[in-house]
Write a protein that binds this ligand. Structure first.
Ligand SMILES: C[S@@+](CC[C@H](N)C(=O)[O-])C[C@H]1O[C@@H](n2cnc3c(N)ncnc32)[C@H](O)[C@@H]1O
Length: 257
């Protein structure tokens, strides 16, 4: 009887292949099968042996993406076949990445698994745009939410009133398509229209683009710049940091900290 293989959920980092961990590279070098998503940079796959099977499970242009159930089935089938499967996911596998669901499916099927954390876009993309998500004077906490769900929906699973009141920095993933309703809802729920806000697309990659604005003016700024997904929205005083340091005397700033 063939020995059962393993599945390793590997975080590929935010985009730039140089921002993968050493352990992620080592796992890829040993992979028999790599199952990967849409946001994975193709250069990342070069670490896998040429003979390794490469299975794309993201949404290809004009086609529906593979269902989560079917992805889990592929992982289980290949592992039962004795393969070492690398499930390569953007950023960190457990931040809005359905990694938890895949672990549940693997455990239910009796497949040994391992998780290799990755650098999440939630932290790396603001950093690549010059935004420190916390700063002793500007923000002492960080809230990460998904903007995937329509904020205009009557019953939202996300508490927008709470998000608008959350102190510190708000980082919103998957929100670019709904930037207008997100900003409007945050203002309706009490956040100041003048709060600094930024949007960064394709962070850490050569095509990275950023816009810096205020909460009320961000949708227009995003439209004018023609930003496209994947993108991250940052709301809070830290979103004004790059402009702040560009216009202030660095010595004065350092003295104030
Ligand atoms: C399904 S979530 C996965 C997040 C991932 N697990 C992580 O930790 O980064 C995908 C969202 O992450 C954000 N994202 C991922 N890579 C990005 C990048 N290079 N630039 C901007 N946003 C990015 C976007 O908001 C995108 O819609």
């Amino acid at each position: 009887m063939r020995r059962v293989g393993t599945v390793t959920l590997v975080g590929a980092g935010p985009g730039d292949p140089e921002l993968m961990t050493l352990r992620a590279v080592r796992c890829l070098q040993r992979a028999g099968v790599v199952v990967y998503d849409r946001l994975i940079d193709p250069r990342t796959l070069d670490h896998a042996p040429p003979q390794a099977e490469r299975i794309f499970v993201g949404k290809a242009a004009g086609q529906a993406s593979m269902s989560q159930r079917d992805i889990e089935r592929v992982l289980i089938e290949r592992a039962l076949d004795g393969q070492h499967v690398v499930r390569l996911k953007g950023g960190d596998p457990f931040l809005f990445g359905r990694g938890g669901e895949e672990v549940e499916a693997l455990v239910a099927a009796g497949i040994p698994y391992e998780v290799v954390p990755g650098i999440s876009s939630a932290l790396a993309v603001p950093a690549a745009a010059g935004i420190p998500v916390t700063h002793r004077r500007l923000a002492s906490s960080l809230t990460v939410i998904t903007g995937h769900e329509d904020p205009d929906k009557f019953e939202s699973s996300l508490d927008w009133a709470w998000a608008a009141r959350a102190p510190g920095t708000l980082v919103i993933l998957m929100g670019l398509e709904r930037v207008e309703s997100i900003c409007r809802r945050l203002i309706d729920e009490g956040q100041s229209a003048g709060t600094p806000a930024a949007a960064i697309s394709s962070g850490t990659l050569p095509q990275q683009r950023s816009v810096f604005s205020t909460l009320s003016a961000l949708p227009e700024a995003v439209r004018a710049a023609g930003l496209r997904s994947p993108a991250i929205i940052v709301v809070g005083e830290v979103a004004g940091f790059p402009q702040m340091i560009a216009t202030s005397d660095l010595l004065t700033l350092a003295e104030a900290v």
